[in-house]
Write a protein that binds this ligand. Structure first.
Ligand code: AMP
Length: 196
């Protein structure tokens, strides 16, 4: 919060900063049918990212969540988790750790292989970025079936670090990701800014 010399705050004197209730984040997520393949309703978050007020609000709300979880660093899942995760880490004054797709990390890595709807994928993290006991908050853009989020948690655990929470912009409630993560660890805090 910025405080002016007269003691007022940024929100009280800048009419361009809307109150939270004036921004409908969900209206800034577009649904794209049949992308990247028939039958998938892709959720495009780029309109939200391109709106300065919405982006600021989303980062503030995600940072609030990870402040409560007392994270030492934020891990973001490639690629859209990088955009949100780095901004949240910066807002909290802590570091950012990229969780990457295979073939992108030049130094020794921890690797987790996980099942997709069709086939398999991997997530990797540079070993030197994680120390045992570090409290790590994890961010992605969308929580769908929860397979990617579960793999990211497993990856942090492989390094003997401590995943302390998972947050995303959008949870697709019907796909059961939250329940999948809860079955893994009922105490893991999970937070979505929007549930559809
Ligand atoms: P899941 O592992 O099923 O929870 O899928 C989550 C990951 O896949 C996230 O990294 C998302 O970016 C991406 N994803 C899954 N479903 C969608 C969707 N309908 N729209 C956009 N991204 C999605």
């Amino acid at each position: 919060m910025v405080t002016a010399s007269d003691g007022s705050t940024a929100n009280s004197f800048n009419p361009k900063v809307p109150r939270t209730s004036e921004i409908d984040l969900s209206s800034l997520i577009a649904a794209v049918p049949d992308y990247p393949k028939p039958g998938i309703l892709f959720k495009d978050i780029t309109p939200l990212l391109a709106n300065g007020d919405a982006l600021t609000l989303a980062i503030d709300l995600l940072a609030d969540f990870f402040r409560v979880t007392e994270s030492d660093a934020i891990a973001g899942i490639e690629a859209r988790g990088f955009i949100l995760g780095a901004a949240v880490a910066s807002a909290l004054g802590i570091g950012f750790i990229p969780l990457r797709k295979p073939g992108k990390s030049p130094r020794p890595v921890h690797t987790v292989r996980y099942a997709l709807e069709y086939g398999e994928d991997e997530l990797q993290v540079h070993r030197h970025l994680l120390e045992p006991g570090m409290r790590i908050g994890i961010i992605d853009d969308v929580l769908a079936t929860g397979g990617t989020a579960a793999a990211s948690i497993e990856l942090i655990e492989k390094a003997q670090a401590n995943p302390v929470g998972f947050a995303c912009l959008l949870e697709l409630g019907a796909l059961g990701g939250r329940e999948r993560l809860a079955r893994r660890d009922a105490n893991m805090p999970i937070h979505a800014l929007i549930v559809q």
